[in-house]
Design a protein around this ligand. Structure first.
Ligand code: ADP
Length: 349
């Protein structure tokens, strides 16, 4: 059975065609510059048309959808009711869900009658208990506006936690795992007996770890303080926290960890500081999640930095587990969100 996995962003569509259940990748690619000035690809419909012209048959389509809010805690078969719910989530994920939806609607038109499945970045974290997802804000905000921790990268955390159990040859249901997804966006999750019980990203992907350009945890009072000091609008401060902070903001150099490592080894003090802050924050979270789960069997590193940058992993883990009687295994597991989506789609249909 051929399953097409679609990751539809605001100006690009990434795709991978899988032969399931063999889990073999038949083809993959990316259509870029969708809707941009001078581009031949006017919208997602045209983008998808190009993709479909490159492949001969599709039995089902699996879509990555960023935000499922509280409406979705597992992958679902897409119908009109599901589309309306995804549309309602656009409110709290204005940068991502509209693009994901555009991909779904384009598929609906171009492949009528072909089953489509939505897999949500937030779904794996729907098992987080209320005491970990409710913020210390007026409770009414949760009820009226859905303000709470949702968490992201769920498909990746779930995938690597499953792989860790396979590598350790133990049932996932008996393991306490901390998964560190360290790419441009970074998040960490506590996976207790196969279920996410806490994660560092929150209502949006801005909370938690230091990331390429995102600040992660800060004192919330800084938002209004900086707005006043620098005379920034709400959108401008939002952009500073999302696009000009994190590794890039601290180092003044780049959001790319490879470049920071190179500069740090040449003695660049702010590159060193950025790396130190980055690894220190991860250590704090790992410590917290060991407390949350009352122990830990494995710490998993994944995504660009997690998979490829040994020095960072070493800096995070150095002497971190000394006080533990049962030391966790440290694993490096390449993430594969597309395969996870293909598996979910295959299972569902
Ligand atoms: P995204 O979150 O955009 O998918 P990635 O998972 O590719 O990003 O992670 C990007 C980060 O990982 C960058 O900081 C980059 O320096 C680092 N990185 C990616 N690939 C490698 C590699 N092969 N070797 C070292 N570092 C890498």
């Amino acid at each position: 059975m051929k399953i097409l996995v679609i990751n539809s962003g605001s100006s690009s569509i990434k795709y991978k065609l899988f032969d399931m259940p063999k889990e073999r990748v038949i083809s993959k690619g990316i259509i870029e510059h969708i809707g941009e000035k001078g581009s031949e690809v006017k919208d997602h419909y045209f983008g998808l048309k190009i993709i479909l012209s490159k492949i001969d048959s599709v039995s089902a389509v699996g879509h990555r959808v960023v935000h499922g809010a509280e409406a979705f805690h597992k992958p679902v078969l897409i119908n009109n009711a599901v589309i309306s719910k995804i549309r309602r989530c656009c409110n709290i994920a204005p940068l991502h869900n509209p693009a994901n939806l555009a991909g779904i609607l384009a598929c609906k038109k171009l492949l009528p009658g072909t089953k489509q499945i939505a897999v949500f970045d937030t779904a794996f974290h729907q098992s987080i208990p209320d005491y970990a997802y409710i913020y210390g804000l007026p409770f009414e905000y949760y009820r009226r506006f859905g303000i709470r921790r949702y968490g992201f990268h769920g498909t990746s955390h779930e995938y690597v936690a499953n792989e860790a159990a396979r590598l350790l040859k133990k049932p996932l249901k008996k393991l306490k795992i901390i998964t560190c997804h360290l790419g441009n966006g970074c998040s960490i999750a506590a996976v207790y007996h196969g279920k996410s019980v806490d994660t560092s990203m929150g209502f949006t992907p801005l909370e938690g770890l230091i990331m390429g350009t995102r600040c992660g945890d800060i004192d919330p009072a800084l938002v209004t303080y900086i707005m006043r000091k620098k005379k920034l609008s709400a959108q401008e401060i939002y952009d500073v926290l999302n696009k000009a902070s994190g590794l890039k903001g601290i180092s003044g150099l780049s959001n790319d960890m490879r470049m920071l490592e190179a500069k740090a080894s040449l003695g660049h003090s702010r590159a060193r500081l950025a790396i130190r802050i980055f690894t220190y924050r991860i250590r704090k979270y790992i410590g917290a999640y060991i407390a949350v789960m009352n122990g830990c069997d494995a710490v998993v590193f994944t995504a660009g930095i997690g998979e490829h940058q040994e020095k960072i992993r070493k800096a995070v883990c150095e002497n971190l587990f000394d006080y533990l009687k049962n030391k966790p295994r440290v694993l490096v597991i390449p993430t594969d969100e597309e395969l996870m989506i293909a598996r979910s789609a295959f299972r569902l249909i």
